[in-house]
Design a protein around this ligand. Structure first.
Ligand code: NAP
Length: 484
């Protein structure tokens, strides 16, 4: 299989926060890979911007180091790094001040598509948007890309939406949830809507329950300050897990087009029931003999911020009424995995009798690592001695199925930036979608605060607090194991 590179229009991409962690780790190395793939037109350029004073040469040194450290291996051809760096420039600007903006405008070319990536803290989004207009950098066709977190709650997300709307139309705003740029996440739509096999069974009549797990082995580490203000609910559930839930649960959109897809996702979020307090478990990892616990990484030694959440969600619509969705995410868990498990109901009648046991089809969609799918199918256990049944997985690891080229999947950021240049918003969150997600999560967080709830401790390297296991046991179900 040979991967195709679809050309894009020539562009000027300005990265605000170009000296920051995200730019160095993801955005700049990602753009370099697109350059190597031949997807950067001859007249396209990247302009870094931040307060730090440096010239083009200084910034190119920074980009070179970022590529070496985070670029995932050496370039495919000699000289490619130098050729890429020729397309890179820098202007010092302050989002809160007026210096540097005229010079930045002077760098841009009228004939290029303009995209402005706000890779800075959300407190600067409004300032940047205002100055882009004030100094005449943005045209009606220009796009802005804003990073997560998009707000801290419904009120702040609304305020941010209002602020950006003063300067940019919704069709110009690209709110990134990098999860949506993952190849395997998009594959959820291909699997659901490209096959005739699944969709007729994709409802409460045939699906017993669905599990969505995003587990990390790392702790909060150096991000303690940010994380402690946020927690797993805001950092993971409100965005990544809800996006996965939407893609799994939504109705088929009429077309694979931005608003058609986003309308359907929004309907799912709006159909979510409020979560009962006994249907949610929050946890915080403890210390063990090898490493300190959560509280050692944050300023507040009594912090009640959760590093783990497990909850049972219900979608009140015709398709899903009665099918629970179990969501789970946490840090310092046994393994690093993102997967969706769709457990189908028992066959309506077993012709093999009770002794054949209980067998269920289970579809597991692995988003990372080792992207692929398995479908447990019931077959006859080989050998004589009657009809004994056995569940075996039909296993498809995408890297095996697609060959070496297929295994080389573009990083989420690469794909999403190219979508911005193309003007395709399908994989970006719309303002109303973000607000609806906060409207669902806010009461959960408020409830914890009102009740003064303390997260349950859990051991590093475990599957989370015991109560999370009970959340499913009580319903006669169990989580799929998180593999080490
Ligand atoms: P960071 O390392 O703190 O970088 C912030 C950048 O903003 C720096 O380049 C800084 O450069 C620039 N900056 C700060 N104040 C400025 C001002 N007044 N005017 C112009 N530039 C200014 O932050 P980050 O980790 O890269 O994160 C950037 C954004 O991405 C945040 O919204 C974050 O939540 C989000 N995000 C980050 C990650 C990640 O993995 N890092 C993941 C998801 C989302 P100067 O000091 O030179 O101005």
């Amino acid at each position: 299989m040979v991967s195709r590179v679809i050309p894009v229009e020539s562009f000027d991409l300005v990265i605000f926060g170009a000296t920051g962690d995200l730019a160095r780790r993801k955005i700049l190395p990602g753009l370099f890979r697109r350059f190597c793939a031949g997807q950067m037109p001859a007249e396209a350029q990247i302009v870094g911007a931040a307060r730090s004073e440096m010239d083009d040469t200084g910034f190119r040194d920074l980009v070179r180091e970022a590529i070496e450290e985070f670029g995932g291996g050496t370039p495919r051809e000699p000289g490619q790094v130098d050729a890429f760096l020729e397309r890179v420039a820098y202007e010092a600007v302050d989002a809160k001040g007026d210096s540097g903006w005229e010079a930045l405008r002077g760098r841009l070319r009228d004939e290029n598509v303009r995209a402005f990536y706000f890779s800075v803290g959300p407190g600067l989004f409004g300032d940047l948007a205002e100055r882009l207009r004030k100094f005449g950098l943005a045209s009606p066709e220009s796009r802005i890309v804003v990073e997560k977190p998009f707000g801290h709650d419904l009120e702040s997300a609304r305020a941010l939406n209002r602020e950006l709307a003063q300067y940019f139309d919704e069709t110009q705003i690209y709110r990134i949830d990098h999860y949506l740029g993952k190849e395997t996440v998009q594959n959820l739509m291909a699997v659901r809507f490209g096959n005739v096999l699944f969709e007729p069974l994709w409802n409460a009549q045939f699906v017993d329950h669905i599990q969505i797990t995003v587990a990390e082995t790392v702790g909060v580490g150096g991000r303690g300050g940010y994380y402690d203000e946020s927690g797993a609910m805001r950092d993971m559930v409100q965005n990544h897990l809800m996006q996965l839930l939407c893609l799994i649960a939504m109705e088929p959109p009429a077309r694979f087009e931005p608003d058609a897809v986003r309308d359907e996702k929004l309907k799912v979020i709006r159909a979510l029931d409020p979560v009962e307090p006994h249907h949610i478990v929050r946890g915080q990892y403890d210390a063990d003999d090898k490493q300190p616990g959560y509280r050692a990484h944050v300023e507040n030694p009594r912090s009640r911020t959760e590093s783990f959440v497990a909850l049972r969600a219900a979608i009140s619509n015709w398709r899903w009424a009665g099918t629970p969705f179990y969501l789970r995410t946490g840090k310092m868990l046994r393994g690093r995995t993102s997967e969706i498990v769709v457990t189908f109901k028992d066959a309506p009648h077993s012709i093999f009798g009770a002794e054949a046991g209980r067998h269920r089809n289970v579809l597991v969609i692995r988003l990372q690592p080792n992207e692929g799918m398995t479908l447990d199918v019931t077959i006859k256990e080989p050998g004589p001695g009657g009809m004994r049944l056995l569940d075996v997985p039909l296993d498809m690891t995408f890297a095996d199925a697609l060959g070496p080229d297929g295994a080389e999947m573009p990083d989420a950021y690469e794909r999403l930036i190219m979508d911005v240049i193309r003007g395709n918003q399908t994989l970006f969150m719309r303002g109303d979608e973000v607000e609806a997600a906060w409207a669902w999560t806010d009461p959960i967080i408020d409830g914890w605060e009102r009740r003064g709830e303390v997260p349950k401790p859990y051991d590093p390297g475990s599957s989370g607090p015991e109560d999370a296991l009970m959340l499913m046991h009580r319903d006669g179900r169990r989580w799929r194991d998180i593999k080490a």
